[in-house]
Design a protein around this ligand. Sequence first.
Ligand code: ADP
Ligand code: MG
Ligand code: MG
Length: 465
Amino acid sequence: MAAEAVPEEVLLNNDLIKELVEVAKDTALLHGLLLRTKESPYSSEVVSYIPFTLFPTPVPRDLFQQALQVQTLFNQLVDKISRDSCFLEEALAGPIKVDMFTARLFQIYRTVQQEACAQSIALCLNRSDYMLDLRPDRNATLKQIEINTIAASFGGLASRTPDVHRHILKVAGLPEHSKRVLDNNPAAGLASALAKAWELYGNKVIFYSLPYFFFFFSLMYICRNIPVIRRRFSDVFKTGLLDQDKKLFVDGKEVAIVYFRHGYMPDNYTEQSWEVRLMMERSQAVKCPDIGTQLAGTKKVQQVLAQPGVLERFFPNEPEAVARIRATFAGLYTMDIGEEGDRTVAMALANPEKFVLKPQREGGGNNIYGEEICRVLQEKSERVAYILMDKVNPQPSRNYLLRHGSPVKLATCLSELGIFGAHIRQGTDVVWNQCAGHLLRTKSAEYADGGVAVGVAVLDNPFLV
Ligand code: ADP
Ligand code: MG
Ligand code: MG
């Protein structure tokens, strides 16, 4: 497998790279790959380009296809888990004892389950992320890193990056290469599903729960044909209410869909926000995602799914579906108190560099690696807040990462492939189940962890090989 998409004489030609970097930035701006700046995250008076790679990154065609093909099964799996309160209760029993954030989400789930279900339409826009694991004795394999069931970002911007890479490759004198950058339009796929759910509800407004945040261009793009109001939890605390039928009103407008771009991190919540979240979950509005779907995306659920027999619970007569999902799982190990958890701890302490310790958190930058794993595992009661996962070792590639305000230099990089999924269920009928596109994110190999939002990874495109 080639490590880079462009030949060495292009990659190492400093004069050409300088020129391409300038072309790349202008092309990104032209295509609307915009980002508010860190200095003024609440204003669009000054904007810059979204961080991205100068060149696309090689991805083996067969593994790319495998990821696309398994997506509709993951959509179904998430939906099934979100409705299985016994499963969620059991799976999350450990973490909710010690992790107050997950516990509070779970408390809302319980409350809503106990009430008569107000909304039978469930909409999930998710992104399943993978790395390609390379071991000395075999070809690369597709391994799932996680599935994001809330605020699965970059569907909008990822739809616009292929044209930028194609243009760069043409200017670099590689027109044939430019044809191998795939078309990609997750914005269209995700927006169609949102529109469908909005129609099913009865064409009211879509409500974005949004912090005023510098990444918002991608979201604007997704929803451009539907009336949208953007508010923070604190605004809804003042102007939101449920009527006697549990219809949700914000600023006097009935809400069809609550689209959460927020609410997946502890510091997204004040006491007031928790009240607002509960009100939204109890309402008739379609939640994207609802609280059960958010919980289905926790790392603990990911680990439990990898245990023998668990996928069979969700696909009882579909061994082929089970096999296709399971083939993407890396080794995942429980941290529960007991013999099995003790074995995990011993294994991790013996070879910490082979594992990643993951808490029940989202958004990047939360995982624990190497010697620090040993420190955390010494605290026995705390360990159930985590899961342990085999570290996936992708093939590094060399590329230039372009980021506003940072010098451009050749970096050794690792990439992560995300596949977008869209799923709608009405009652027991699945009315939508699609793979909506892809996202490649690339980061310098010196960082073990971290997404685009925390300033580590940048947007990229697969170059199929
Ligand atoms: P989050 O929900 O915070 O994004 P992830 O599970 O995606 O959590 O972990 C964050 C980052 O850590 C990933 O984008 C990836 O770079 C790295 N990472 C996570 N799990 C692994 C793993 N098993 N092997 C190698 N890197 C990993
Ligand atoms: Mg995540
Ligand atoms: Mg992630």
